[in-house]
Design a protein around this ligand. Structure first.
Ligand SMILES: [Zn+2]
Length: 193
């Protein structure tokens, strides 16, 4: 009998059939957050899932949690990054955590210019909304999503200049975006979240 079967059999509260089924499901599942990446890379993630090593991968690289827990703290956090890297970009009027940002629509962050009439003039208010799941995340992941939304103050598209700006604000941005997507994948595996 293969070793992996013995592991299932020793599980106290679930039958090995159930475990095997859940595991197969997660392996076959389309990795929706990683679809833009090469299939070889996606297969590596599937292998980590299949061998129950995805949690270790994330824990080893991102063991910390940040302390930015309120909208006020988030605003000063974003403002600090903006002052350091994007002084000439438009002012930020509002930066908040938003628990309505729907993950299924892949909107982890949102930047908007809300037009309001002020003193007879039309004024565009710049707002950034960050999905609430980032309250409980590694500092690198919070920074990545804020950097992403800040970069949109200058570049509306995901073009080369946009990613250069992200990389300038957070070296290793591309790796972090990949790992963040791995983290989101992990959260949605059966039994996590
Ligand atoms: Zn974007």
């Amino acid at each position: 009998m293969p070793v992996s079967f013995r592991v299932f059999l020793t599980g106290s509260r679930c039958s090995w059939v159930h475990c095997l089924f859940a595991r197969l499901l997660s392996i076959m599942t389309v990795l929706k957050y990683l679809q833009a990446y090469p299939s070889a890379l996606q297969d590596q993630v599937r292998q980590l899932i299949a061998s129950n090593r995805l949690a270790d991968y994330l824990q080893q690289r991102y063991p910390e949690r940040h302390a930015v827990q309120s909208d006020k703290a988030l605003y000063s956090y974003a403002q600090g990054l903006k002052q350091a890297y994007l002084r000439n970009a438009p002012n930020l009027d509002k930066v908040v955590f938003d628990n309505r940002l729907d993950l299924t629509h892949r909107a982890l962050g949102l930047h908007t210019a809300v037009s309001r009439v002020q003193g007879g003039k039309l004024k565009a208010k710049k707002e950034i909304r960050i999905a609430s799941l980032f309250k409980d995340a590694a500092p690198q992941f919070l920074k990545m999503i804020v950097v992403h939304e800040l970069a949109h103050l200058k570049e509306s598209d995901h073009n080369k200049a946009f990613y250069q700006l992200c990389e300038h604000m957070q070296p290793g941005y591309h790796q972090l975006e990949f790992d963040l997507r791995v983290y989101l994948t992990y959260r949605e595996l059966p039994g996590n979240g």
